[in-house]
Design a protein around this ligand. Structure first.
Ligand SMILES: [Zn+2]
Length: 246
């Protein structure tokens, strides 16, 4: 009996409670695990088996929904889906983004993954020891999306693999998006943006959307130098950055 099993893992508002009591139901991991046992037993007894697709239409805080899958219920390590190897469809559960994304990634094995760069580590953790390639043999391209509000990373941390690795940087207030090419060159559609080096720092990219002139110019955290013919790839990227490791 570990402490974590008995600590509240999830607190939900219930539809039914005793007079004078709280309408909130506090559930430990042990509670959730027991609920999953019960629900798996009940569903197995009506013939639910591996690969069955189970669609649920119920409130997301009902104990039967909470029991269904670890993807939807924080604090539940093995739900009905994991026990019976059935697939829950569209449960209106309490999503935990990392778990849900990793689960869906393994299930659909997509060709392309777009993932916010600082979520690399929680995402990999939910793959439970498998690499991206092992979890998804179809994977062809991974685009790590870097939001400029976070410091420019040295390492993304998605690990090696035989897929194309790309970094997309976005500066939301300036509606700016660019790709960092393997040469370090910064690619964006010419004509859509006005881009230069901020004269004050001399190293930060200053961006403005040409298609939304009222928005003004923004100094990003993206550090770059002038590239031109020297960028090395032959594409003549105007600006070059030190691309983070993948
Ligand atoms: Zn280049």
């Amino acid at each position: 009996m570990t402490e974590s099993e008995d600590s509240p893992a999830l607190i939900v508002q219930t539809e039914q409670w005793e007079e004078g009591d709280s309408p909130y139901l506090s559930l430990t991991s042990r509670d959730l695990s027991n609920l999953a046992d019960v629900m798996a037993d009940l569903l197995a007894s009506v013939g639910v088996k591996a690969k069955d697709r189970v669609l649920i239409y119920d409130f997301n805080t009902s104990i039967s929904t909470l029991a269904m899958s670890r993807v939807f219920t924080p604090g539940l390590s093995e739900g009905v889906c994991e026990r019976l190897e059935c697939i829950a469809i569209c449960t209106d559960g309490l999503s935990e983004l990392a778990a849900r994304s990793a689960y869906t990634f393994g299930l659909w094995q997509p060709e392309v993954l777009l993932i916010r760069s600082e979520l690399a580590s929680p995402f990999l953790a939910k793959l439970q020891g498998r690499s991206l390639q092992e979890a998804d043999p179809n994977l062809r391209t991974v685009v790590a999306i870097h939001n400029d509000v976070v410091a420019w990373p040295r390492q993304i941390g998605l690990g090696p693999g035989r897929f194309e690795k790309r970094i997309l940087c976005r500066v939301d207030p300036a509606l700016f998006m660019c790709l960092v090419k393997p040469c370090g060159g910064i690619y964006y559609p010419r004509g859509r943006y006005r881009v230069d080096l901020d004269p004050e720092s001399g190293t930060r990219l200053r961006v403005a959307p040409a298609f939304s002139p009222g928005r003004g110019t923004l100094v990003s955290n993206l550090e770059a130098t002038a590239g031109g013919k020297d960028c090395g790839c032959g594409e003549g990227h105007e600006f070059v950055t030190e691309a983070p490791g993948f």
